[in-house]
Design a protein around this ligand. Structure first.
Ligand code: RB5
Length: 149
């Protein structure tokens, strides 16, 4: 599994912890920045990850900011991206099983590192359940394609 990861300054330290986790677990990943706590604009970091996942260059994306909200809004503007803001493991698992989420967003200022890493682990190891959920996710795709019924 290839993972794209990024953060703004508000999520920089959490991103570093997740990168360490990905390395320990042997995941293939690309770090799209930011690379310090200097203030930046979160759309500039969320968009490249979202586009890379939508283009199929990466299987999953993980994006951090202060709350996880801004980067989630940006990522979900990209057709083909289903970004989920998850601050608990139940939602992380459900976002994969029910929504086939391909981007996870997290807020460094909201949860601690220990929980965040559990969420990442749960999310990376959960699979889309398909079935009735596939029908619903297909409807999301049709909305992206301009079909609203
Ligand atoms: C940056 O201060 C903060 O606004 C950003 O990290 C994020 O929380 C936005 O949603």
């Amino acid at each position: 599994m290839k993972i794209a990861i990024a953060a703004d300054h508000g999520g920089f330290r959490l991103k570093q912890e997740i990168v360490r986790y990905l390395e320990q677990q042997g995941y293939q990943y690309k770090d799209f920045g930011t690379y310090s706590e200097e203030a930046v604009d979160y759309p500039d970091y969320a968009l490249p990850v979202a586009r890379a996942v939508a283009a199929g260059q990466f299987d999953r994306g993980i994006i951090c900011c202060g709350t996880g909200i801004g980067v989630c809004i940006v990522a979900n503007k990209v057709p083909g991206v289903r970004a989920a803001l998850c601050h608990d493991t139940f939602s992380a698992r459900a976002s994969r099983e029910h929504n086939n989420a391909n981007v996870l967003t997290l807020g460094e200022r909201v949860i601690g590192t220990g929980l965040a890493l559990q969420i990442v682990e749960t999310w990376l190891n959960s699979q889309f359940a398909g079935g009735r959920h596939a029908r619903r996710v297909d409807k999301i795709t049709r909305i992206e394609q301009g079909c609203c019924s």
